[in-house]
Design a protein around this ligand. Sequence first.
Ligand SMILES: [Cu+2]
Length: 118
Amino acid sequence: MTGHISRRNVLLGGGAIAVSLSNSRKVAALNRAIVHDVEINRFKFVPDHIQVSVGDAIRWTNNDLAPHTATADQFGWDTGELAKDQSVELIVTEGMELSYFCAFHPHMTASLEIVERA
Ligand SMILES: [Cu+2]
């Protein structure tokens, strides 16, 4: 199963989904997908800007004692509350909002950039 995105904790549009493997094209896409890690350290998203491609996953991990979220500026997607040491993955979709913040600490901001896969 190496190369596959974890099916656990995958969020899309705020609801849990199972990654569909219903046809070989999707399987091929998933096999090339990358997981991008964003750590939350001392009330900052690290890194605060990442380049991703559609089909990739972004995994936020909260290393702080305080709870945090990664929430799109217009609320189009949201990790929900992350407690200390908790991680959540979200799949990158076309047209998803690119700027986000922490709903508990709005001064915490970060952004995504969607690029064609090399
Ligand atoms: Cu926060």
